[in-house]
Design a protein around this ligand. Structure first.
Ligand code: NDP
Length: 454
């Protein structure tokens, strides 16, 4: 039997890689992990965690405005971007230490450097070479920016987290998760924000009612949203930038952010040289067991470009290790994965959109409610909450839930358990609400929005 240095060598210490490494090592496997940047990957360093901290920062504007209605008088509220970024950086450094200590406690060897696969079992990293029975590629993704004149002036979400100062004006290109989240953050922090989206609505893939509601809500908050609009070129204009649109209009702005999707980070690890099959966009192709066409090489998470969400990568890391080392095959169920967008207002959903449900079932029933959350009564904030439920009448199963409004992600997480458990509308109806909350509206939906759906 060949004596490898490690049972498992993980390339990429992001959410999926770290979970796989820790789980395998905790159960006795000899594991190493290589990371060229910071431990924690996109989520911890340039994604979910710092994003959510910025979201909290941006919400204070609304909270301060609401406070007056609740009897508070606030004087001299002022915002300081460098303080926020310094505090955010301190928190991220704390998380690096937590990640490092967990890996060390699990006895995972950590290499700081870019790993290079030399053959199916050999890795060069940080000036050394080692062998592993299995290699797991969990290198995530990287912002994609289309080739346009002036591309060198473009910032991506990566740079946004460490801007030295806030711009006065920003143009954000794209209409997906990152575009709407940053638009809400920056608008909340007082930046004059324009979103330029080539499609006719924001947030492709979400339920149409949610997309419409978000567009209207963001516009009410002062975000300028240009739909069916795309950028032709960007040029320097003194200290600012001139953004030329395809329709001939030109905007002047202090910063241009492209949030036009992410590409799998699969280049430069020696994968192509070894003949590992990649998709046209660079995604590593894997089978149902996360195995590439090179049997000792596995891949999971965003580098496989399937469902690019942190909790999915974590679940994949755990599922892979369980099946490899413990013959405990509990594959990831990719149905009913809840998702959230931390825009203002927040969005969350689980299950099918109305359009998907109409395609899948001959008949569907839709329940909807739009209401003023109690907090907005005294605050005077002009913003409702929308909830939508999609039911398949033959089985009475709830097949989709969508919400836009305060706390939507917190509420939908629990609802996702109900959907996974196969909850019927009757079960929702017989559940007692928690009063007074927004969440209780999901168990109080009695009136069909469209009695003859289908
Ligand atoms: P998305 O895929 O969500 O959105 C990309 C946007 O850019 C779309 O509006 C798309 O338009 C537009 N676009 C794509 N190519 C071009 C182009 N060449 N020119 C102009 N516009 C273009 O990507 P994001 O960058 O927003 O986010 C990447 C991924 O990160 C998400 O898919 C998600 O998986 C993950 N993520 C998750 C978050 C969460 O869970 N809260 C938060 C942030 C990111 P069109 O609609 O026409 O294709």
């Amino acid at each position: 039997m060949i004596d490898y240095d490690y049972d498992l060598f993980v390339v990429g210490a992001g959410s999926g890689g770290v979970r796989a490494a820790n789980t395998a090592a905790n159960r006795g496997a000899r594991v190493a992990i290589a990371e060229v940047r910071d431990l924690g990957g996109t989520c911890v360093n340039l994604g979910c965690v710092p994003k959510k901290l910025l979201v909290y920062a941006s919400q204070f504007k609304d909270d301060f405005a609401a406070a007056t209605g609740y009897g508070w008088t606030l004087n001299n509220a002022a915002f300081d971007w460098p303080s926020l970024i310094a505090n955010k950086n301190r928190e991220i450094e704390r998380l690096h230490a937590v990640y490092q200590s967990h890996l060390q406690q699990s006895r995972v060897t950590i290499f700081n450097g870019k790993a290079q696969l030399l053959d199916a079992h050999t890795i060069a990293v940080a000036g050394t070479q080692c062998t592993a029975k299995r290699i797991l590629i969990a290198t995530g993704g990287w912002p994609f920016v289309p080739d346009i004149p002036g591309k060198q002036h473009i910032a991506t979400s990566n740079e946004l987290f460490s801007l030295k100062k806030l711009p006065k004006r920003i143009v954000i290109v794209g209409g997906g998760y990152i575009a709407v989240e940053f638009a809400s953050i920056l608008n909340g922090l007082g930046v004059d924000t324009t979103v330029c989206q080539r499609a006719e609505k924001l947030l492709e893939g979400f339920d149409e009612d949610i997309r419409d509601f978000l567009g209207a809500a963001m516009a009410r908050q002062g975000v300028k949203i240009l739909l069916n609009s795309d950028v032709h070129a960007i040029a320097e204009d003194g200290d600012a930038f001139a953004v030329s649109l395809l329709d001939g209009n030109v905007m002047t702005t202090d910063l241009v952010l492209y949030a036009t999707g992410r590409t799998p980070n699969s280049a430069g690890f020696g994968l192509e040289e070894l003949g590992v099959a990649l998709d046209t966009n660079g995604a590593i192709i894997v089978n149902g067991d996360y195995q590439t066409n090179l049997p000792s090489v596995y891949a999971l998470g965003d580098v496989t470009d399937r469902i690019n969400l942190t909790p999915v990568a974590i679940a994949e890391g755990e599922a892979l290790v369980n099946s490899l080392y413990f013959k405990d095959a509990r594959p990831v169920d990719y149905n009913n994965i809840p998702t959230a967008v931390f825009s203002q207002p927040n969005i969350a959903s689980v299950g099918l959109t109305e359009a998907q449900a109409r395609q899948k079932y001959s008949d569907i029933a839709i329940y909807k409610t739009e209401f003023t959350p109690i907090k907005n009564t005294l605050s005077g904030k002009d913003e409702n909450t929308l909830m939508k439920m999609i039911v398949e009448p033959v089985t009475d199963r709830v097949v989709g839930l969508h919400m836009i409004g305060a706390d939507a992600p917190e509420i939908i997480q629990g609802m996702a358990i109900a959907l996974r458990a196969g909850a019927t509308k009757a079960i929702f109806d017989s559940t007692i609400g928690v009063h007074p909350t927004s969440a209780e509206e999901f168990v109080n939906l009695r009136t069909l929005a469209d009695p003859i759906s289908g």
